[in-house]
Design a protein around this ligand. Structure first.
Ligand code: SAM
Length: 330
């Protein structure tokens, strides 16, 4: 295996790939997609499972050690668990994780365990049924919540992602932290980003400082918990609580200096920053029948040119900043 080949011009090593398997989703979260959905791509535009596996093998040979399968909603793609079985076996892949909205994966829990999925992130923006419905436009709270409990019972490492939105779910922040009292769960509060498929914005009320200060008003003691060097979240724990919580400054972009991740969208767009434009389309290169060496060089060069941070990347990307996370690969 070739190690540490993916290094950008600012000296950051890339070891984490977020791999999107579909742009489709069974939810219509207000911060992600308009109610009518987005222009989903045709089947022929999607990377096939064979193509996704071939590219994943190449990425792992170049030094990727962790893959997170995401979407859209990964479990809406047919035969996803067979794909995960094969993906798990790739040489050099140390960690395989999934991000899901938790509605369809329940029936796959035993199989996911068997495959050896290391951790599962579930998106859940409210613990209140009605607010959950308002945000996701789907009446599926009970399914998602019971799914989280089942995943924990099955021994999975579970993180819950909650996007904090002004006037929509700030009331949920404290209940989410109370969930960490008895559950070994990690709740992460995310700043809302402008990737919603419809409108742009330049400021947010609930940035990482406001979220932290709000929590601090409710809990006198908050302990900082150590995190991995490339972690996007700053993590904390209420003393005596079983689980932890974290805050991800996804809009403020305070973590770019240690960012170790790249993204491949379901149609093959490679992004070296969520805020930047695609830097190559690997599906098109693959379908041009170029050699493996040429494909590797295209990836290595694209990574090398990575911008310093998400603000510099955004400057390159004025046209596409509104695209939904379901297209970008969340
Ligand atoms: N369907 C899966 C899910 O629900 O987790 C995976 C895809 S989803 C696009 C991945 C993550 O992106 C979710 O945690 C979601 O909350 C987050 N996300 C989507 N749009 C966002 C936005 N505008 N701001 C912040 N987070 C966003």
């Amino acid at each position: 295996m070739k190690n540490n080949i993916l290094i950008d011009r600012h000296g950051r090593t890339i070891s984490y790939l977020r791999l999107s398997v579909t742009d489709r989703c069974n939810f219509r979260c207000q911060y992600c997609m308009p109610e009518k959905g987005i222009d989903f791509v045709s089947r022929s535009e999607l990377l096939t499972y064979e193509e996704l596996l071939y590219l994943s093998e190449i990425f792992c040979q170049l030094g990727i050690t962790k893959i997170r399968v995401t979407g859209g909603e990964p479990f809406v793609r047919k035969d996803i668990t067979s794909f995960l079985h094969t993906l798990r076996k790739i040489d050099g892949l140390e960690k395989l994780a999934i991000t899901s909205n938790g509605t369809i994966l329940q029936k796959h829990i035993d199989e996911l365990k068997e495959i050896g999925i290391d951790s599962i992130n579930i998106s859940l923006d409210s613990l209140d049924k009605e607010r959950f419905y308002q945000i996701t436009r789907r009446d599926q709270f009970d399914k998602v919540y019971s799914g989280i409990v089942k995943l924990l019972d099955a021994g999975f490492k579970v993180k819950v992602n909650c996007v904090v939105m002004d006037g929509k779910n700030e009331e949920d922040i404290i209940p989410f932290i109370e969930l960490t009292k008895n559950y070994p769960i990690s709740v992460r509060f995310l700043e809302e980003m402008p990737f919603n498929g419809s409108h742009s914005f330049n400021t947010i009320k609930w940035d990482y400082r406001t979220i932290y200060n709000y929590i601090h008003e409710h809990y006198k003691q908050i302990e900082k918990v150590s995190a991995k060097p490339a972690s996007t979240s700053v993590n904390y724990q209420i003393p005596g609580y079983t689980g932890t919580f974290g805050i991800i400054a996804s809009f403020s972009r305070t973590f770019c200096g240690t960012c170790n991740r790249i993204r491949l969208s379901a149609i093959g767009d490679l992004r070296t920053c969520l805020y930047g434009p695609p830097v190559a389309n690997l599906r098109d290169l693959l379908r041009m029948n170029i050699s493996k060496d040429q494909l590797e060089m295209a990836i290595i060069n694209a990574v090398r040119m990575r911008e310093k941070d998400g603000h510099a990347a955004e400057d390159q990307n004025k046209k596409n900043i509104l695209e939904s996370m379901s297209i970008l690969g969340g």
